[in-house]
Design a protein around this ligand. Structure first.
Ligand SMILES: NC(=O)c1ccc[n+]([C@@H]2O[C@H](COP(=O)([O-])OP(=O)(O)OC[C@H]3O[C@@H](n4cnc5c(N)ncnc54)[C@H](O)[C@@H]3O)[C@@H](O)[C@H]2O)c1
Ligand SMILES: O=c1ccn([C@@H]2O[C@H](COP(=O)(O)OP(=O)(O)O[C@H]3O[C@H](CO)[C@H](O)[C@H](O)[C@H]3O)[C@@H](O)[C@H]2O)c(=O)[nH]1
Length: 331
């Protein structure tokens, strides 16, 4: 374990950021959440102080760095709805690109040298060759994906021109919840398949719409690589140690290497909850790709990271428990 660090966690009141805060605290560090609560929740900030602020506002950032003196930054704050980004690209370029640049500028002004950043498999686009490794060509299909690729490119340029050291973690599909039920997934609106399918099964949401069942996949439904949020959290703690030990700035995929279809998800929810997932099949979503799954060999080698909580059963079980305990449903 590294010595205690103060970590400024932008977006730490959100789904993934709050799970990382819990892991940082468990490893003896102090997470300082910097969040504007636009999609996050004050009740998810449990393991350190909340500093209210907006990453697009230089005064807010300056105030946080001046008062909190963080040793490093973990950067989750972003707008993260693929479909919304197509309808409102400016929101994504301002929040994700400008906001990240302002954050990097504040780090430079305050002499903070290390940052771990949330990136996404959306930087790759429609890949013909699977699994996807980090050398796979980048061809993002949405303003969201392009905004995240821009941030990675800015990190590379700034790192080349200064002593900034960075790690970008390209998550595949984050899923599951804290097994202790202290925090969980709570997006409004919810767009992700696993929460929507569970909510439909528990009678908390309308029937699930499956966006296409005629993909070129074994059962016709889309395949993704679902990785448990606690495995993502461990990767962040490991990335921090990697940078501290002088690791080179780099991007890493975080996925399990296993493809899971929507039908697999529905079958597992039925088996673990005892409820069918009411659903209908509608048209494919524009730009939706048939199959994506990662090779995380580099994260395994350099970050000493192996997912241990990402079996589909564990992802569905922890997510089911979260919705049963925190919402009104049949459970
Ligand atoms: N959920 C996924 O499957 C997934 C996959 C790949 C990448 N990501 C990335 O991971 C990160 C976290 O995603 P999440 O699912 O936890 O999202 P989330 O919406 O739950 O969390 C985002 C947090 O950032 C805060 N925020 C947004 N804009 C801000 C601003 N301008 N200033 C300060 N705070 C701001 C929100 O209030 C929220 O607390 C994002 O960068 C997202 O792009 C998520
Ligand atoms: O109601 C729904 C919601 C989703 N899907 C389908 O289920 C699959 C998974 O969808 P998610 O919305 O759960 O995840 P995505 O793969 O679309 O998006 C994820 O990966 C993206 C990169 O491609 C971004 O990083 C994003 O933040 C992250 O959630 C997709 O084929 C989608 O079309 C449905 O059929 N019905």
């Amino acid at each position: 374990m590294s010595t205690q660090k103060k970590v400024l966690v932008t977006g730490g009141a959100g789904y993934i950021g709050s799970h990382v805060c819990k892991a940082l605290h468990a490893n003896g560090h102090i997470p300082i959440v910097f969040d504007n609560l636009s999609t996050g929740h004050e009740r998810f900030v449990k393991w350190g102080p909340l500093h209210l602020g907006d990453i697009t506002n230089p005064d807010d950032l300056n105030d946080a760095f001046a008062k909190r003196h963080p040793d490093l930054v973990m950067h989750f704050a972003a707008s993260a709805y693929v479909r919304e980004s197509v309808a409102d690209p400016m929101k994504y370029y301002v929040n994700n690109c400008l906001g990240s640049l302002r954050l990097l500028d504040a780090m430079q002004c305050h002499g903070v040298k290390h940052i771990v950043v949330s990136s996404t498999c959306a930087v790759y686009g429609d890949c013909k060759s699977l699994p996807i490794d980090e050398s796979t060509p980048k061809d993002p299909q949405s303003p969201y994906g392009r905004s995240k690729l821009f941030v990675e490119q800015a990190l590379r340029d700034l790192g080349n021109a200064s002593d900034l050291k960075w790690v970008a973690l390209r998550y595949f599909n984050a899923a599951g919840s804290d097994p202790d039920l202290e925090i969980g997934e709570d997006h409004t609106p919810e767009t992700h398949i696993i929460p929507l399918a569970i909510q439909a099964a528990l009678g908390m949401a309308p029937a699930l719409q499956i966006f296409g069942d005629d993909f070129d996949t074994p059962d016709g439904t889309a395949i993704r690589d679902y990785v448990h949020v606690n495995d993502l959290a461990t990767a962040h703690v490991n990335a921090m140690t990697y940078l501290e030990n002088g690791g080179a700035s780099s991007a890493f995929n975080l996925g399990t290497g296993t493809g899971t279809s929507i039908k697999d998800i529905l079958d597992t929810i039925k088996r673990l909850s005892g409820h069918d997932v009411p659903h209908s099949v509608t048209a494919r979503s524009p730009g939706d790709v048939p199959a994506l799954y990662a090779s995380a060999t580099r994260a395994n080698r350099y970050l000493d990271w192996t997912p241990t909580q990402s079996s589909l059963d564990n992802i569905i079980k922890t997510a089911l428990n979260w919705y049963r305990h925190h919402r009104t449903g049949k459970g």
